[in-house]
Design a protein. Sequence first.
Length: 244
Amino acid sequence: MKIDHLVVNIDKKYQTDKNEIDKIRNVGLSYEPTWGKGTNGFKVSNIWIGKEYFELVNIKKNAGGGWLKKWTDMYNSGHRGLVCLMIDVENIDDIYTKLVKKDILISKPIWLEFKWFFNLFTRRMPWKNAYIPFFEKVPFQIGFQQMKDEKSKKFMEGYMIPNSKDNGITGIEKIRIGGKFTDNDFKLLSKIFENTNLIRDEMYIKLDQNKDIIFKKDESFFVEVFTSSNNSNKINIENISIYC
């Protein structure tokens, strides 16, 4: 399992306001908000950091224009910030089977599709997704993703531009997420991930490539993302602090 990307509900200013866009660029993060997928109902902009990234989502119309309904409803109700942490896996069907055997609720892996051009056409993306339900008191969930094949993976990597690796920021090393996690949430995490360590109020999870995710019991919902960079810059996007 590897960190793939963070899905983030954002205010449109992060895609349209020059001052906000310049703040992101000035810390070394390569960002072109006009690029990325979208329909008449939603717009996605990406911040690529090596092969990991932030998927910044602005819902332009209440119906969402083909974006996931649950995430669209959350956006319309005012949710901003992290909505899903996506984990890259080699065999999503195998993950699904293993978690079901552990009595963990998980959606069936399906190809990501969305409607466009007045719902007349359906676009299928070359990856399958599956999702764990939202945490009990923290408004985000964990998802799993598998690319169709190596050819599709290489094809998608060609779209990972502009990329912050050109500025010496080559990847996401650690993610720390604070929130009102319950004991049940931590039990769920220990079932999902094989390499976990509970220290007081924090759950440490070790992923492939020596990447870390830390879940901390806290009254506030916050996210800290630490990148592989020798700089000491920091930028806040909604409830996420990015150290780069």
